[in-house]
Design a protein around this ligand. Structure first.
Ligand SMILES: Cc1cc2nc3c(=O)[nH]c(=O)nc-3n(C[C@H](O)[C@H](O)[C@H](O)COP(=O)(O)OP(=O)(O)OC[C@H]3O[C@@H](n4cnc5c(N)ncnc54)[C@H](O)[C@@H]3O)c2cc1C
Length: 279
């Protein structure tokens, strides 16, 4: 028989996951769609389910000297209005879903769902976020790109859950978020982009780009970024054709009901060019 459990605290949740297989449910905003039943019926959960919504100890934002720690059950809407959340992540969350969904949805759900079009992932890749995976035995601290290994594929084990997301505190001269969707709210991205740059004494000291919905996972390439650090802003801008060529090699979009390959490729390159032009 299918079991549904509602643990009262993290330890109890981890004990359940240790003793049996459960499907974790946080806000449910992805799962309710994935498990949708025929019209007018509630979603059909035919595996054991563990509901995390009572875990108050996972609802927090803690700012430390060098990092911000976000408890995995903190809602997107709470993050949107929290003073310690980086502005770039707020810009992204503001364009995710709609307020009702954001009141339930979590960053952890967006991460574990591992959609190439997951919007928060683009910001989390750009900001070098770490994901803390907890089980009865240990905590694993992994960079987000080591957690997501393909579309809908992660390294999260059956006995683990995402406990928190850690974001290093970094100051940039300029950040940018662009989401291309079919409408302003409740839209899945056709293409998404986050960029950040820091200029000191006329030279580029930090340059980062992350792209969503144009490859199997979010694209972030540190080798390309490193090549352009230390250049003067003028020299950097002259490299725009090279930069576009390099990202064109990485972008491998798909055709689907929302858009097609050619559109996604051209729009992604246009957004990168626009970001560089405006530095
Ligand atoms: C109308 C609508 C609009 C949407 N718009 C957007 C949008 O604009 N951009 C976007 O990116 N997404 C969007 N989504 C998708 C969804 O809201 C997000 O992916 C959200 O962040 C999921 O969070 P959740 O807590 O609801 O996840 P759930 O549905 O609870 O879980 C999703 C997956 O994550 C796993 N999971 C959840 N929490 C944990 C944890 N702590 N540890 C381990 N595994 C866990 C679950 O097992 C499940 O596999 C939309 C959804 C709807 C219904």
């Amino acid at each position: 028989m299918v079991k549904h459990v509602i643990p009262k605290n993290l330890q109890e949740a981890l004990n359940y996951l240790y003793t049996s297989d459960y499907h974790v449910i946080a806000g449910g905003t992805d799962l309710m769609i994935q498990k949708r039943n025929t019209a007018d019926l509630p979603p059909l959960f035919n595996t054991n389910m563990i509901y995390l919504f009572n875990l108050e100890e996972l609802k927090y934002v803690i700012k430390e000297e060098t990092q911000i720690r976000i408890g995995s059950m903190t809602s997107l809407e709470t993050l949107l209005h929290h003073e310690d959340i980086p502005q770039l992540l707020k810009d992204v969350i503001k364009e995710m879903a709609s307020p009702g969904i954001r009141n339930m949805a979590t960053l952890a759900g967006n991460i574990a769902n591992a959609s190439p079009a997951g919007d928060s992932l683009v910001a989390l890749y750009l900001l070098d976020a770490l994901v803390v995976l907890s089980s009865v035995n240990q905590n694993r601290y992994l960079p987000i790109e080591k957690v997501i290994v393909g579309p809908r594929k992660t390294v999260i084990q059956n006995n683990e859950l995402i406990k928190e997301i850690v974001i290093p505190i970094t100051t940039f001269s300029k950040t940018s978020w662009v989401k291309v969707g079919g409408r302003l709210a409740d839209a899945i991205s056709k293409v998404s982009f986050a960029g950040a740059v820091t200029v000191e004494d006329g030279r580029i000291t930090d340059f980062r780009i992350a792209l969503g919905a144009v490859y199997m996972t979010v694209i972030r390439n540190r080798s390309i970024e490193k090549m352009y650090k230390k250049l003067s802003v003028d020299s950097f801008k002259k490299m725009t054709p090279n930069i576009l060529d390099q990202y064109q090699e990485l972008i491998k979009p798909i055709d689907d009901q929302r858009s097609n390959k050619a559109y996604r490729m051209q729009v992604a390159l246009n957004i990168i060019k626009d970001f560089i032009d405006k530095i």
